[in-house]
Ligand binder design. Structure first.
Ligand code: ADP
Ligand code: MG
Ligand code: MG
Length: 254
């Protein structure tokens, strides 16, 4: 079983008058088959954690390690991370002009598998995954992210996840901007992939509502650049009832 290990991760960004430390020693282990939720107030560094693992150039790792089965993820190129089995949805937030969803997905799958998937089976696979996500078939011919609504972006993200079959998936604010129906369809998609038992998921979110549909095995509270508490699903219920106040008192939030 693949294991992602984050050890004492410290991350800074360049700001006008120097650098600012955002992650202040993150420790987390995610194994294939497990679903972890990271929850925390806005500005606590959750997205920074996701971007840092994805290898976004804006974020400087000042100390600590990220490994996948002992292999140094931070030394890998973005492509190598994907080939190692990591799905980092936030890698492709931008428009890809002139590239259709269908071609984009096939290119990604080719890069991952080392050979192009057979066209006929591939078309079927994409079609069935899109149907399950209740996506219109014409979506496949649209250019990646061009004019996508918030909901379409999130569905596209989950479509990629379903087709790429990662060992470890990191989903940042997959619930943001979704109406109740879309939230359910996207959650169903995550649960289908999860049901294979083949993926370890790190679900990052500010709100507890997605956790009504996707029941995490572990919940971690993120505050001021660190995990300040970890527990089971009951911790999400507690956060829903009480909010983050007890973790941010005294201006601890970044
Ligand atoms: P969250 O996802 O929990 O809302 P973020 O990781 O987006 O938090 O941000 C954490 C803190 O780091 C915030 O204070 C934010 O302003 C700052 N930050 C994040 N990215 C950058 C950046 N590229 N440049 C400057 N500050 C940043
Ligand atoms: Mg430390
Ligand atoms: Mg964020």
């Amino acid at each position: 079983m693949a294991t992602l290990e984050i050890r004492d991760l410290h991350v800074s960004v360049d700001v006008e008058n120097g650098t600012k430390e955002i992650l202040k020693g993150v420790d987390l282990t995610v194994k294939q088959g497990e679903t972890h939720a990271i929850m925390g107030p806005n500005g606590s560094g959750k997205s920074t954690l996701a971007y840092s693992i994805a290898g976004h150039p804006k974020y400087t790792i000042t100390s600590g390690t990220v490994t996948l089965d002992g292999e140094d993820v931070l030394e890998m190129s973005v492509d190598e991370r994907a080939r190692a089995g990591m799905f980092l949805a936030m890698q492709y937030p931008v428009e890809v002009p002139g590239v259709s969803v269908s071609n984009f997905l096939r290119t990604s799958a080719t890069a991952l598998r080392g050979e192009a998937p057979k066209l006929r089976t591939w078309v079927k696979e994409v079609k069935s995954a899109m149907e399950q996500l209740q996506m219109d078939p014409t979506f496949a011919e649209r250019n990646v992210n061009e004019g996508f609504s918030g909901g379409e972006k999130k569905r596209h993200e989950i479509l990629q996840m379903e087709l790429m079959k990662p060992k470890i998936a990191i989903l940042d604010e997959t619930d943001s901007g979704l109406d109740v129906d879309a939230l359910r369809q996207v959650s169903d998609g995550v649960n289908r992939v999860r049901g294979t038992g083949e993926v370890g998921t790190l679900l990052i979110t500010h709100y507890t509502r997605i956790l009504r549909y996707i029941k995490p095995d572990f919940v971690h509270v993120f505050s001021a650049g660190r995990i300040v508490e970890s527990g089971g699903p009951e911790l999400a219920d507690q956060l829903e009832a009480e909010g983050y106040e007890k973790y941010t008192k005294g201006g601890a939030a970044a």
